[in-house]
Design a protein around this ligand. Structure first.
Ligand code: NAD
Length: 356
């Protein structure tokens, strides 16, 4: 009997539905060809959930995702909901969702496709061979710390990390480094912040358990600059929530576009697979969003949550073939672009390469 997996789908807002539809198109073909089935169930979150249920994160979504084998997520947010009180905003729903799912480690691979060397704003010799894994702590730090307030005259947030939280994410980074080039760069702001000093001390302590892995440290301001100056120096970057958020956007432009970077948010209960970008309201509905980050996230889901390695390989190969043949969405287009394609055309082309 063929295997059947339960996949929760959250399309969200803006370009979310457009890019998720392309990922599902690709998943349907690859699962059929590889002899397993995916049973999708859609849940609401973000702005659309506010419109339909009055809340950014309905309980049904939490229960549904926890009862599935993995979750594929689009993006949430948009100007329509920006003036709501913070606790009712789509972004608060997303943070609460990640916390409820316990997904403390967000893995963001930034790998250059040879075919896209010219799509980067950086010179070819700087970016050729870039292969970085950003390991971002996802459910702690300043996005979650209390107290937090804004009374119109004074506003503050709190950056907190406990030693246990740092050990938990540090272990993940060291373990990932063991299967790669065995180098971890821990990014912090230990010259100014107490929380970063604890982060650094804990990483040093932890590194004793991973003697084969080289641990280095970098301040976040320097790391942002180094990512653009010489990205090849990095193997695994481990960092806190806000620094990881910023650094991975920089890493995305090193490899060509924010529309390319997938991610896996993992923990002990479940995993959520999502592009690193947001809902891109400026291009929503125009049919020009790049679906590759989401299709690549779907491949990560097959590989890491379902163990369907062959299917993941097939998707990744199809993406490369589409790029090799010169198909580009607008974000990747350059002077030598042969075939400028829409969001759904890119999905169709990748799906066709899977069938070949
Ligand atoms: P964004 O990532 O949505 O967009 C930044 C820029 O990148 C925009 O110019 C956009 O058009 C472009 N872009 C993003 N994804 C693209 C794709 N797949 N193809 C082509 N171009 C793409 O970030 P933003 O503009 O700062 O935020 C927009 C909304 O998204 C806000 O409401 C924000 O809170 C939300 N957001 C959500 C998430 C999430 O759901 N995980 C993450 C970040 C931002």
């Amino acid at each position: 009997m063929s295997k059947n997996y339960k996949i929760s789908i959250i399309k969200g807002d803006g370009i979310g539905p457009e890019i998720i539809d392309e990922a599902i198109k690709v998943l349907d073909i690859v699962s059929y060809n590889c002899g397993f089935t995916l049973e999708y169930k859609e849940y609401l979150m973000g702005g659309i959930a506010i419109d339909v249920t009055g809340k950014p994160l309905p309980q049904e979504t939490i229960d549904g995702v926890l009862n599935s084998d993995a979750c594929l997520f689009g993006a949430i947010g948009g100007a329509k909901w920006d003036s709501l009180p913070r606790e009712l905003r789509p972004e608060t729903g997303l943070l609460n969702f990640r916390e409820a799912m316990g997904v403390y480690a967000n893995l963001r691979p930034a790998v250059i496709y040879d075919e896209l060397i010219n799509a980067s704003t950086l010179k070819a010799e700087i970016i050729e061979g870039v292969n970085i894994m950003v390991v971002r702590e996802l459910i702690g730090g300043i996005y979650f710390g209390k107290p937090r307030a804004n009374d119109g005259q004074k506003a503050y947030n709190t950056m907190i990390y406990t030693k246990d939280e740092i050990i938990r994410i540090g272990k993940k980074a060291f373990e990932i480094a063991m299967s790669r080039d065995k180098r971890v760069c821990s990014v912090d702001k230990a010259n100014v912040l107490e929380v970063s000093q604890l982060w650094r001390d804990t990483m040093i302590e932890l590194s004793a358990s991973y003697p084969e892995v080289e641990l280095t440290h970098m301040y976040v301001d320097n790391a942002t600059m180094q990512l653009v100056r010489n990205p090849k120096q990095f193997d695994v970057i481990v960092t806190g929530n806000i620094f990881g958020d910023i650094l991975s956007d920089t890493a995305s432009m090193v490899v060509g576009s924010i529309g390319l970077l997938p991610s896996a948010s993992t923990g002990d209960k479940t995993a959520i697979y999502e592009p690193i970008h947001g809902s891109a309201p400026d291009i929503a509905g125009l049919g020009i969003a790049n679906p590759i980050a989401t299709i690549q996230s779907a491949a990560m889901m097959l590989r890491y949550s379902l163990g369907e390695t062959q299917a993941a390989d097939i998707i990744e190969k199809a993406i490369k073939q589409a790029l090799k043949k010169g198909y580009r969405t607008e974000d990747l287009a350059s002077f030598d672009t042969k075939h400028l394609v829409s969001t759904s055309e890119m999905g169709n082309i990748i799906a066709d390469f899977i069938d070949k």
